[in-house]
Ligand binder design. Structure first.
Ligand SMILES: [Zn+2]
Length: 416
């Protein structure tokens, strides 16, 4: 829509229409700019910003075992707090207003997100073999974190239950997680079929593929948002559709970790699976810029299928906004600029070389193929401006840069 105004009242979109809004306490002039619903990142590990550039050029299994797990052992709550602040800073700078995060020291992550003023679903990353101390600790941490969020009582933060993956969690832990998610009205979040190695291992250990295994367990449900889903058969795709499982497609991370295959996103969409986009953590991306992920998502499928029409720009933009909102179960509350929805808005500066020339003809194309996150000028979450004219209003960026540089240095020193 052209030459429209958006009125925000009490955190919600109260009016959308042509011409000037009757009256407002504050007016942001968007002349020559584009107002979009805030982007939604449905899979990330915020505090992994601390590992940015520290674990490149490796396959997932080597990346985890030789680099990430040893680094994670050294993490402290304070480090995760600042790592999460850096993640929030990058997200608001690049137009993401809502995200789904899974990690540990989640109390500290939650506090960082509250300071930033972003909307988030947060999960403690649970792991553990049957009957292990780790499994017990995961359950305790999950319950404790849900209690922490309830007491925090911040309307922007919602709990998610996050059993890490079918290969790192016992069946008991997976099903316990599902039950807790149902009881607490929380989202269920996990990783599925990220690599071929993982699927081969599942066939060896369980005698079946991961989706089949999870379905037999009774784990799959409409409340589940599964990250990756790269190495799936057609039958697994139809099982996901049948169980109404939502998917977070992470094209950049999958390419960087050389997962090899390309997630069957066209088949998922055709089967009716709700697909969204995740950046994954900054150790496997290495940015949290959803504009970049949108473009790469479009390119990887066109290249892989030899079909430039397979995922058009408008579809990609929908996937990163309204479809992602549906994936989180809040399609009626965010994801588009409509009266009654929460005012999660971003304003894009179009007076930049990469956006010109701009017309009604190419605006969607420019947003997906030539915009990058740093074209975002202003970010508004729940009606509150968190970045205005590229100035951060809720976060002290220099302190965050200094602290995270100090921690990254400490982590690599200890790791040598
Ligand atoms: Zn992940």
């Amino acid at each position: 829509m052209k030459n429209q105004s958006v009125l925000v009242e009490d955190g919600k979109i109260a009016e959308v229409g042509a011409g000037a809004v009757k009256s407002a306490d504050e007016t942001i002039d968007c002349e020559g700019k584009i107002v979009l619903p805030g982007l939604i990142n449905t899979h990330t590990h915020l505090a992994m910003t601390l590992f940015r550039g520290l674990a490149d050029d490796m396959k997932l299994e080597e990346w985890l075992k030789s680099r990430i797990w040893p680094l994670e052992l050294k993490l402290t709550p304070e480090m995760c707090h600042y790592g999460a602040l850096l993640g929030c800073l990058e997200m608001m700078a690049t137009g993401t207003t809502t995200f789904l995060d899974m990690y540990f020291f989640m109390d500290e992550v939650a506090k960082a997100v509250v300071t930033a003023g972003l909307r988030a679903y947060l999960a403690f990353g649970a792991i553990g073999e049957e009957g292990s101390a780790l499994e017990l600790a995961s359950k305790q941490n999950t319950k404790q974190f849900i209690k922490f969020l309830k007491e925090l009582n911040n309307p922007l933060l919602k709990p998610a239950v996050g059993p890490h993956a079918p290969y790192s969690c016992s069946p008991e832990l997976l099903m316990w997680s599902k039950e807790v998610a149902e009881k607490e009205h929380a989202l269920l979040h996990t990783h599925i079929a990220e690599t071929r190695t993982e699927q081969a291992q599942a066939q060896k250990d369980l005698g079946m593929r991961e989706v089949e295994y999870l379905d037999k367990l009774g784990f799959l449900s409409p409340n589940l948002l599964a990250a990756h889903c790269v190495w799936l058969t057609k039958s697994e795709v139809s099982t996901l559709a049948k169980r109404d499982v939502k998917v977070s497609h992470c094209p950049v991370s999958n390419m960087k970790l050389a997962s090899g295959g390309v997630a069957p996103v066209p088949e998922m969409l055709e089967s009716g699976v709700t697909v969204s986009i995740g950046t994954d953590g900054a150790a496997s991306n290495n940015s949290l810029d959803m504009f970049e992920s949108m473009k790469i998502c479009a390119l990887v499928h066109a290249a892989h299928r030899w079909d430039p029409k397979i995922l058009p720009a408008q579809r990609i933009l929908d996937i990163a906004t309204i479809e992602a909102a549906k994936a989180l179960g809040i399609g009626d509350r965010i994801g588009s600029i409509e009266i009654g929805k929460q005012a999660d808005l971003i304003i894009i500066d179009t007076r930049t070389p990469n956006m010109a020339p701009l017309s009604e003809e190419n605006v969607i194309s420019n947003l997906v193929y030539s915009t990058n996150g740093h074209n975002v000028d202003t970010t508004i979450v729940d009606g509150k401006t968190v970045m205005k004219n590229r100035e951060f209003l809720t976060l002290k960026e220099n302190t965050i840069y200094e602290k995270t540089a100090e921690y990254a240095l400490a982590l690599t020193k200890q790791n040598r």
